[in-house]
Design a protein around this ligand. Structure first.
Ligand code: PEP
Ligand code: MN
Length: 360
């Protein structure tokens, strides 16, 4: 058995299916809310029930979770529905309580992954156990911090690990609550293909209407599973109301997703092809966005030249850009001819946009 099979063994041993679906409310609110949600989820492909008990809120005063009071509710939901359970631990004391109450998997929240001190304390509290630990990416786009958290658990002997990609915080307002930065997760996957990767489209999108498309991208990129927030009455949820869906809607989303069968050899080629194409799609989107930003700056320069009555074309500057890019391109394995053509096209578009600037 190779390294990649070994680390995935917990997924198989626990019979969690592919893709693994972890679902449940952002927060456990009452015993009834949790039990009813869990009952609804048994009609879907969900195999693990999630519920936050200790909620890491960005600002104090928001609902901070029911805490240890919810532990027996999780246990009861497990006994009644057969779903495994998971909750977020953010402190060694949470670990102690979760272990006492047989929570099956633990997850580390994004605000915790950023702190090596807390991660170390949590890892120390888990030493000697065989818990499955799922580590969310840190709030800031830093691959090393994410890898570092994983390594701290490995160092204390926790080998049943998984990673959850929930997107990254940015000051800039985008359509996502947390921007995906797919490239970071793809880099994680290529460095640690042995660690199952799970997508959390709920915290990434922050809106229930983005869950489907984000989940499909995750599956196309060969993710091993999804963690999706589900609540019996999403609009009245005590936390993250806008991004939660009813168990029924969750069932519809999962059914509509195009699944990837990872272990059927005839499908392997297509799966690999789809995964590579999905990577290309991510990079192409980045390229267009980068070009759009470059063009925006070119327009600002055009405005400045216009206001100061300076000619649009400054040939020295253009020649030096071209030379610099051709030599950078050669280092990346791109031919001189290609880089020349590409930058001439970009430059032409900048000139066209600058020419259209009129007196304001
Ligand atoms: C959560 O899963 O409810 C949560 C708080 O997530 P994150 O750590 O990704 O913000
Ligand atoms: Mn949440």
């Amino acid at each position: 058995m190779n390294q990649s099979n070994q680390a995935r063994e917990w997924l198989r041993a626990m019979n969690l299916g592919h893709p693994i679906v972890i679902a449940g409310p952002c927060s456990a609110e009452t015993q009834d809310q949790l039990l009813e949600t869990a009952r609804g989820l048994t009609k879907t492909k969900t195999s693990v029930l999630r519920a936050g008990l200790w909620k890491p809120r960005t600002r104090p005063g928001n609902f901070e979770g029911v805490g240890a009071l919810g532990l027996p509710w999780l246990k009861r939901a497990k006994e009644e529905t057969g779903l495994l359970t998971t909750t977020e631990v953010a402190h060694p004391h949470h670990v102690e309580l979760a272990l006492e109450h047989d929570v099956d998997l633990l997850w580390i929240g994004a605000r915790t992954t950023v702190s090596p001190f807390i991660i170390q304390d949590i890892a120390d509290a888990l030493r000697g156990t065989d818990k499955v630990v799922l580590i969310k990416n840190p709030v800031n786009p830093d691959l090393s911090l994410w890898m570092g958290a994983l390594e701290r658990f490995e160092k204390v002997g926790i080998t049943q690990l998984g990673a959850i990609h929930r997107g990254f915080s940015s000051y800039e307002k985008t359509k996502y609550r947390n921007i995906p930065e797919w490239q970071i997760a793809i880099d994680f996957q290529s460095r640690r293909p042995d660690v199952p990767l799970i997508l959390d489209p709920s915290h990434m999108g922050g809106r229930r209407d983005l869950i489907f498309e984000l989940s499909q991208t995750g599956l196309d990129l060969n993710y091993d599973g999804l963690m999706i927030e589900s609540h019996i009455d999403p609009d009245n949820a005590w936390s993250d109301a806008a991004q939660q869906v009813t168990p029924e809607r969750l069932g519809e989303i999962i059914t509509a997703l195009k699944m990837r069968e990872t272990d059927v050899s005839t499908e392997e080629f297509h799966n690999n092809l789809d995964a590579l194409r999905a990577k290309i799609d991510v990079i192409d989107t980045q390229l267009i966005e980068t070009l759009g930003r470059r063009m925006g700056i070119a327009v600002q320069i055009g405005q400045l030249k216009h206001n100061n009555n300076v000619a649009i074309l400054q040939s020295d500057r253009w020649t030096s850009i071209l030379e610099r890019m051709v030599s950078a391109g050669l280092k990346e394995g791109l031919s001189e001819e290609f880089t020349q053509k590409l930058f001439k096209a970009i430059h032409q578009e900048s000139i066209n946009q600058q020419k259209s600037i009129k007196d304001s």
